[in-house]
Design a binder for this molecule. Structure first.
Ligand code: ADE
Length: 427
C-alpha cells in the first residue's frame, strides 16, 4: 500500500512591529476598521486579516522549534488525525487545522490534475504528529511555529509548487503570526487590502545571514493570573480604542518602512528605538481599550526600566543603544541586542532577576564573562531596580537565542510516526 511522509521543523518568531489586531472569530463576525483614514471598512475575521502590517525576527530552531511529521496512505482508515506532544487532538469541523488541510488538499488536487501519474494523495487520510521542544509553561505562543510546521510538512508531503509566501496565506488562516514563521531572518506580514485576504501574506525583508549578530534574550515572567485571552482582547480593542485608529493609520505604516531600512542598513539604534516605541504603542492601545487590558506587570515594567537605563547610560557616555525590549500579549520580555553586548545584558538580567530554572547559557555568556565584558555602561543607576533585586522566580527562566533560518526539511529517520501512522511516542 502506497505511503508517503515528510518531517520538518519550523521556528518561533517574535514581532518588533506588533500585529495588534487579528481575529479568529467565525465567518459571520465582522470587525470594523478604518481603511486608509478615509472610510470605515470591514474585514472578515475568519480569514485572520490584521488591521496593520507587522514585522518580526525569526528565532533559531537550534533552541526553539516545532517538529512535525505528516503522512498519508491509501491504507489508512478514513479521517485525518493529529497528535500534539503525543496527545491526540480533535480536528474540529471548520477549525483552524481543518481550514489549513482543506486548502493544502486543494493545491494537491491541482498537481494531480496536471499530472495523471501523480499519486492521488489529496483523496487519502492524513496522519500528523507534532512536538514543540519548549513547554507551553514557557509562555511562548507555540501556535506560530506549530501551524507553520504543519503547513510546511504537508506542502512537502504533497510536493506542492507554491512559494513560502503563498504557503503563508494558508498558515495565516491557522494562526495569524504563523505566516511569518515560513521564513528565516527578518519577516514582514503585509496586511493587504483585499477582502478575500489573497494579499495578506508574509515576505522576507532580510535573510538570517544578513545580520546574524542579532541575538534575543527571552525573559519568562510568571503570570499568576491569566488575563484576557489575546483573541477576545483584540476584538474589544478594535471595537473601542480610538488610539488604535491613530496607530494603524499614522504610526505603523511609517514604522514598517523605517524598521525595514534599519534592518537593511544593520542600524541597531534605528531597529531598537522603533521596536521599543512600537511595543509601548501597542500596550498603550491595550490600555485604551474599554475595559482596559493590562498585559504587562510590575516585573515587565522593571525590565523596561533596566533596559532604558542601560541605553540612557550608554548614550550619555557617547555610545549607542545597547538593547531593545518588546512585549506581545503577555508579561514576558524579549530583549534584542547585538551579540557583543549580550554578556553584559545576560549578567545584568541574571543579577537583578534571579531565576528558578537553571539558565542553559548556550552561548557561554556567563561562563566566559569577564569584568570587562559584563560591565554595565558607565553611570548606570542601580536604583532603577528594587533594593536587593527581585525575589527569585519573578523571572522564572531565561532563554538566549539568535536570529535563525526558515522551516527545515528533516530526514525520515527523524520522523515522529510509525508506518501504521501513529506516533512513535505518546504522552
Ligand atoms: N498548536 C500549538 N502547537 C502546535 C503544533 N506543534 N502543531 C500544530 N498546532 C499547534
Amino acid at each position: 500500500m502506497a505511503r508517503f511522509e515528510a518531517t520538518v521543523s519550523a521556528p518561533v518568531n517574535i514581532a518588533c512591529i506588533n500585529a495588534s489586531c487579528v481575529s479568529r472569530n467565525p465567518a459571520t463576525v465582522l470587525i470594523l476598521f478604518q481603511c486608509a483614514h478615509r472610510y470605515w471598512g470591514k474585514r472578515n475575521t475568519a480569514l485572520i486579516l490584521p488591521t496593520n502590517s507587522s514585522l518580526s525576527v525569526t528565532l533559531s530552531q537550534d533552541h526553539l522549534r516545532s517538529t512535525t511529521t505528516s503522512s498519508t496512505s491509501e491504507g489508512y482508515e478514513q479521517g485525518d488525525r493529529l497528535w500534539l506532544n503525543g496527545k491526540e487532538e480533535e480536528i474540529t469541523k471548520g477549525g483552524r487545522t481543518e481550514v489549513c488541510l482543506a486548502a493544502l488538499r486543494k493545491w494537491r488536487r491541482e498537481v494531480e490534475e496536471k499530472d495523471s501519474t501523480a499519486a492521488k494523495m489529496s483523496e487519502w487520510p492524513l496522519r500528523i504528529a507534532s512536538f514543540n521542544n519548549f513547554p507551553t509553561a514557557a509562555g511562548l505562543a507555540s501556535s506560530a511555529s506549530g501551524l507553520a510546521a504543519l503547513v510546511y510538512s504537508v506542502s512537502q508531503l504533497y510536493v506542492l509548487p507554491q512559494t513560502p509566501s503563498q504557503l503563508s496565506l494558508i498558515a495565516r488562516q491557522g494562526s495569524g503570526s504563523a505566516c511569518r514563521s515560513l521564513f528565516g531572518g527578518f519577516v514582514a506580514w503585509e496586511m493587504g487590502q483585499r477582502d478575500d485576504g489573497a494579499d495578506s501574506l508574509a515576505v522576507q525583508v532580510a535573510e538570517r545571514d544578513h545580520w546574524p549578530e542579532m541575538h534575543a534574550l527571552i525573559c519568562v515572567v510568571s503570570d499568576a493570573k491569566k488575563g484576557t485571552s489575546s483573541t477576545s482582547g483584540m476584538q474589544k480593542t478594535v471595537a473601542t480604542s480610538t488610539l488604535l485608529q491613530h496607530r494603524i493609520n499614522h504610526v505603523v505604516p511609517d514604522r514598517m518602512s523605517e524598521i525595514s531600512r534599519a534592518i537593511a542598513a544593520k542600524d541597531f539604534n534605528g531597529f531598537a528605538s522603533i521596536t521599543m516605541r512600537d511595543s509601548n504603542s501597542f500596550h498603550a492601545v491595550c490600555l485604551d481599550t474599554a475595559p482596559p487590558i493590562f498585559y504587562l506587570n510590575d516585573v515587565s515594567r522593571a525590565i523596561i526600566a533596566v533596559v532604558e537605563e542601560m541605553n540612557r547610560a550608554s548614550l550619555a557616555s557617547g555610545g549607542g543603544l545597547l538593547a531593545a525590549y518588546t512585549f506581545d500579549a503577555g508579561p514576558n520580555a524579549v530583549i534584542y541586542a547585538l551579540e557583543e553586548n549580550m554578556p553584559m545584558i545576560v549578567s545584568t538580567i541574571n543579577e537583578f532577576f534571579p531565576q528558578t530554572l537553571d539558565f542553559p547559557d548556550p552561548f557561554n555568556m556567563l561562563a566566559a564573562a569577564t569584568a570587562a565584558t559584563s560591565a554595565r555602561p558607565q553611570g548606570f543607576n542601580n536604583s532603577v531596580v528594587r533594593e536587593g533585586g527581585w525575589e527569585k522566580g519573578a523571572v522564572s527562566r531565561l532563554i538566549h537565542t539568535c536570529v535563525g533560518d526558515g522551516p527545515r526539511r528533516l530526514s525520515d529517520e527523524e520522523g515522529l510516526l510509525t508506518v501504521e501512522g501513529v506516533p512513535k511516542t505518546l504522552a
